[in-house]
Design a protein around this ligand. Structure first.
Ligand SMILES: Nc1ncnc2c1ncn2[C@@H]1O[C@H](COP(=O)(O)OP(=O)(O)O)[C@@H](O)[C@H]1O
Ligand SMILES: [Mg+2]
Length: 253
């Protein structure tokens, strides 16, 4: 159920202040953040989503941010709010990384950012870890394959530009699967200076790891681990379209 949107004017007071200043805040910090939101043209926030803070439903929570559904002007957006206990002291770096991956059509679209906020495309859907638990019935293998293939294609494009996501080994939290499209999220730990391992990390997480891998194997017969590992090794040596296509073939995608 989509709850109504609450004007940010109300966010200086409980219980809403707890969202802007999670997990602990001063009045001054909250007032500064409300001003920051006004400058970003964020008018209101809606409490909906699979996670909660206190009694308020939110889209998600990590170690860096709390993510809520918001309105920028009249448009629905996802708002990532920097946690006050976060290791990061600004959101600009993450926004820049997101902007970069957007140029190759990866990740939610970046709309705006400020010191403590990232305003981005709201992705409707479920995290892949949960989604995969619930798929069943006719068409599920096809949908699974399409989803994995599109995620791998995103990873390949990231590899091509030398951009490493950094957290794809824990895939279950970093892919949102929607009705029409699937998207990688959370580029907070990404880097353009490391050796890239997007395709290899995600393939290992999906086909070799224990969590999602088990479910995938139940849905369709994948080749033996050794074969996947060999193919990945070849891809690692030469990250070309050809070796990527070969991987897709081996994985029956
Ligand atoms: N654009 C988005 N649309 C919808 N939900 C999102 C979006 N971005 C993040 N989320 C949700 O919020 C959670 C936390 O976001 P994430 O970027 O992973 O934060 P952190 O950097 O703190 O780990 C995600 O796991 C996801 O459930
Ligand atoms: Mg995260």
């Amino acid at each position: 159920m989509i709850k109504s949107f609450i004007s940010i004017k109300k966010f200086s007071k409980e219980p809403y202040s707890a969202i802007l200043g999670y997990p602990k805040f001063t009045k001054r910090q909250i007032n500064a953040r409300i001003l920051e939101l006004e400058n970003l043209n964020i008018k209101s926030i809606s409490f909906t989503g699979p996670t909660t803070i206190g009694k308020l439903e939110i889209l998600g929570k990590g170690y860096v941010g709390v993510v809520v559904l918001a309105k920028k002007g009249n448009k629905k957006v996802a708002l990532k709010i920097r946690r006050l206990d976060s290791q990061r002291n600004e959101m600009k770096s993450e926004a820049k990384l997101l902007k970069l991956v957007n140029t190759i059509n990866v990740g939610p679209k970046l709309f705006d950012y400020s010191k403590n906020f990232v305003v981005m495309e709201y992705l409707e859907g479920e995290k892949i870890g949960k989604w995969i638990e619930s798929i069943q019935g006719p068409g599920s293998v096809k949908k699974l394959k399409t989803t994995i293939k599109s995620v791998l294609e995103d990873c390949f494009r990231l590899d091509q530009i030398g951009f490493d996501h950094g957290e794809l080994s824990s895939i279950s939290k970093h892919v949102i699967v929607g009705d029409k499209k699937s998207s990688l999220i959370d580029f907070e730990s990404s880097s353009t200076k490391r050796r890239v391992s997007n395709v290899t990390s995600i393939t290992q997480a999906i086909f070799i790891g224990s969590g999602i891998g088990k479910k995938v194997q139940r849905l369709y017969k994948i080749p033996p681990k050794e074969k996947i590992i060999d193919t990945l090794r070849a891809y690692k040596q030469e990250q070309s379209r050809d070796s990527f296509e070969n991987l897709l073939k081996i994985l029956k995608l």
